[in-house]
Design a protein around this ligand. Structure first.
Ligand SMILES: [Zn+2]
Length: 115
């Protein structure tokens, strides 16, 4: 096993599986304070998505991330009256969705890319 594969393997172990009822019904996985919780094992793209959030949270020192995330969601929700649409407009989600398929993204990502 290469060093890189080894790293990916051990990172996979950082996903904590939780029960469905602990999540909102429209969510499958969530990243909180660098820990990833999911109702089922994540595929590499989904895992990358949550890891992008982990990087965003870390560079905003966690609590400001959730505040900013919440404010943006509310702003877009009041604009569109559509929770799903508001969610996809949040800058953190845009960055995560735009780059989740690029599994090398976190190695080359610039800090505060979503600004
Ligand atoms: Zn996301």
């Amino acid at each position: 096993m290469s060093k890189k594969q080894d790293t990916q393997q051990s990172e996979k172990r950082k996903v904590y599986l939780i029960k469905r009822h602990l999540m909102g019904k429209s969510y499958m996985a969530i990243c909180l304070f660098g820990f990833i919780f999911s109702v089922r094992p994540l595929n590499p793209v989904e895992y990358n998505h949550e890891r992008i959030h982990a990087a965003q949270q870390k560079e905003l020192l966690y609590l400001p991330f959730f505040f900013w995330y919440g404010v943006e969601w509310l702003f877009f929700y009041l604009k569109y009256w559509d929770a799903e649409k508001a969610y996809h407009h949040i800058r953190f989600e845009k960055e995560a969705y735009n780059h989740q398929s690029d599994l090398q993204y976190l190695q080359k990502r610039k800090h505060y890319h979503y600004v």
